[in-house]
Design a protein around this ligand. Structure first.
Ligand SMILES: Cc1ncc(COP(=O)(O)O)c(C=O)c1O
Length: 414
């Protein structure tokens, strides 16, 4: 029986979401469009299989095929990041990070990460996250110019003396200097942990410096710039750390691995290893640069005055409207983005004075500089006259037409 006949409600909602993704412009920096092949294997019989443990060391029978699949995912992941160990089982980026902490730390140990309100992630020690509850967390941030001041990080690290320093961010538009972070970690005897969830797709294409050989451990999601299925991965080059990570993930914090997702990660990695991937990653950055240049030309202020990667952070500190207002206005025009705090923030985290925009998903659709320039102009038009709902509706129709020329998934896919 088809899903349509068996569960009409879910079928229709899924199709409505397909329509939303196809008709609108997806500019959330952490989102992307994965390959149909990735979705095919995620919807396969692999979802039926229990395979607690690791290849050749399982607690269940019948793991011959899934062992080969997981080994392929591991091999491809190691090749991609040029490292000697990979664990492909974390169900998400957050669980990958939780695994890293529980492998290397004891409860109460000190960690130093990037402040959530400065662009860090919840799992980098925020007090509401287990990373800030189990461990004593301390923070560095960005300067008013939107950049990390490595001398300040050094000063804080010398005062705090953390056992682990986390680098990597969710809303940072500039290159991260992993070598500098390692220098600081060495000075205070800390592990350096790089969470490259946002930039991994650029790193593997050589478009952002690699965290290896500087970081002791690296984690990532597989669904952001990597364009694979939702999930997490952990990599390193140290046998002792590798053993600890494997036990931290299973049996430490997870049970049965999601074999359909691990197979989908392998398919995604195959794409990431192709020549086509390098072209995609380059285009993601070119598109972000033209987006930034056009917004600046239209008198909008960007945190750090531009971008080196896949995202742009607009600042509305000099405007009467907030990040929330901008998010809503763009939403009415069919552009999905997210409000974000900015350096020197004056509004609450629910309102904010910033907006984060990303180019990975639009680039996956085939958008290039010409389209990004016109989208940036539409964004500026909307924000220049933020209460003009008629204009928002007009632009929505124009963007719908533009989007229909860049088909990402066929209609009636489900
Ligand atoms: C830097 C960073 N690390 C980790 C995560 C967590 O990933 P997930 O949502 O898969 O738990 C995110 C997600 O936004 C992130 O931006």
């Amino acid at each position: 029986m088809s899903l349509e006949k068996f569960d009409k409600e879910i079928f229709e909602l899924t199709n409505k979401e397909l329509e939303r993704q196809c008709e609108g412009l997806e500019m959330i920096a952490s989102e992307n469009f994965t390959l149909p092949e990735v979705m095919e294997v995620m919807g396969s019989v692999l979802t039926n299989k229990y395979a607690e443990g690791y290849p050749s060391k399982r607690y269940y029978g019948g793991c011959e095929c899934v062992d080969e699949i997981e080994n392929l995912a591991i091999q491809r992941c190691k090749k991609l990041f040029n490292c000697s160990f990979a664990n492909v089982q974390p169900h998400s980026g957050s669980q990958a990070n939780q695994g890293v902490y529980s492998a290397l730390l004891n409860p109460g140990d000190k960690i130093l990460g990037m402040d959530l309100s400065h662009g860090g992630h919840l799992t980098h020690g925020a007090k509401v996250s287990s990373s800030g509850k189990i461990y004593q967390s301390f923070f560095y941030g960005v300067e008013l110019d939107g950049r990390i001041n490595y001398e300040k990080v050094r000063e804080i690290a010398h005062i705090v003396k953390p056992k682990l320093i986390v680098c990597g961010a969710s809303a940072y538009a500039r290159i991260i200097d992993f070598a500098k972070f390692r220098e600081i970690a060495n000075e205070v005897g800390a592990y350096l942990f790089a969470d490259i969830a946002h930039i991994a797709g650029l790193v593997v294409a050589g478009e952002h410096p690699s965290p290896f050989p500087h970081a002791h451990v690296v984690s990532s999601t597989t669904h952001k710039t990597l364009r694979g299925p939702r999930g997490g991965i952990i990599m390193c080059n140290d046998e002792e750390i590798a053993k600890k990570i494997n036990s931290a993930i299973f049996p430490g914090i997870q049970g049965g691995p999601l074999m359909h997702v691990i197979a989908a990660k392998a398919v995604g990695f195959k794409f990431n290893l192709s020549e086509e991937w390098k072209i995609y990653a380059k285009q993601v950055i070119s598109n972000a640069k033209i987006l930034a240049q056009t917004l600046i030309a239209r008198n909008y202020k960007l945190v750090s005055d531009g971008t080196d990667n896949h995202l742009v952070l607009m600042s509305f500190l000099d405007r009467a409207f907030s990040g929330k207002d901008a998010d809503l206005a763009l939403g009415h025009a069919g552009i999905t983005a997210n409000k974000n705090t900015v350096p020197g923030e004056i509004r609450s985290p629910f309102v904010t004075s910033g907006l984060r925009l990303g180019t990975p998903a639009l680039t996956a659709r085939g958008f290039k500089e010409k389209e990004l320039e016109s989208i940036a102009n539409y964004i500026a038009d909307i924000l220049d006259d933020i209460n003009n709902t008629k204009l928002q509706a007009e632009i929505r129709e124009k963007l719908k037409t533009l989007a229909s020329n860049f088909i990402i998934y066929p209609k009636a896919m489900f």
